[in-house]
Design a protein around this ligand. Sequence first.
Ligand code: FMN
Length: 203
Amino acid sequence: MDHSRLSMPLGEAIFTQRSIRRFKPDPIPLADIELLLEAAVRAPNGGNQQVARFLVVNDSATIGKFGALYHEAWWAKRRDMGISRPEDLPPAMLSAARLADEMGEVPCIVFALATHRHLANSVIPAAQNLMLAARAIGIGSVPTTLHPSVMERFRSMFAIPEEVELHFCVPLGYPRGNFGANVRRPISETTFLNRWAGPVPWT
Ligand SMILES: Cc1cc2nc3c(=O)[nH]c(=O)nc-3n(C[C@H](O)[C@H](O)[C@H](O)COP(=O)(O)O)c2cc1C
């Protein structure tokens, strides 16, 4: 695989990989999607059993149909949190709510799955590889999940076998808006040295 197109410095890709939830309608060339998948499968995985599977969807009619299901799933998750009306959403959820409205119009979706249940650890590194590679070639993404109430319909929409488990639904597209720094707690709050709560030398 020619990976020379992934020449953005790793630090730049990592430090500017914030969630992108608004996309231009432009399609992503198939060769670019291939590059992302080649990056994804290079990720570490348990025993190199390679249980991750990727379902790429770039058919706009299918994405449109899925968009309605995603919208329902997103609002089912809000209802589980006690939120049922757009007016009650906290500001931090507004961009995710807009993605729920617009998922049906994204140019491409990659579903990251595993051949069997309880294998998330072998899929998540691959999903991050895919999203970092996407960032490196100017494609935005965000990992999202569905809700149990839609899973049966999700499976039948894409003919996904019962034993296969979904881990992430990753919309992909050229950003409307910019990549850039994200907001995180300082590592001095989240990282310990040598024992739990052992202070780190970094402030
Ligand atoms: C397990 C997981 C589930 C997520 N689910 C959603 C989701 O359903 N919808 C969404 O818009 N973003 C989702 N996200 C993205 C997070 O909201 C995002 O990574 C976080 O808010 C930090 O945003 P930032 O990277 O832009 O700073 C999810 C991320 C993870 C890791």
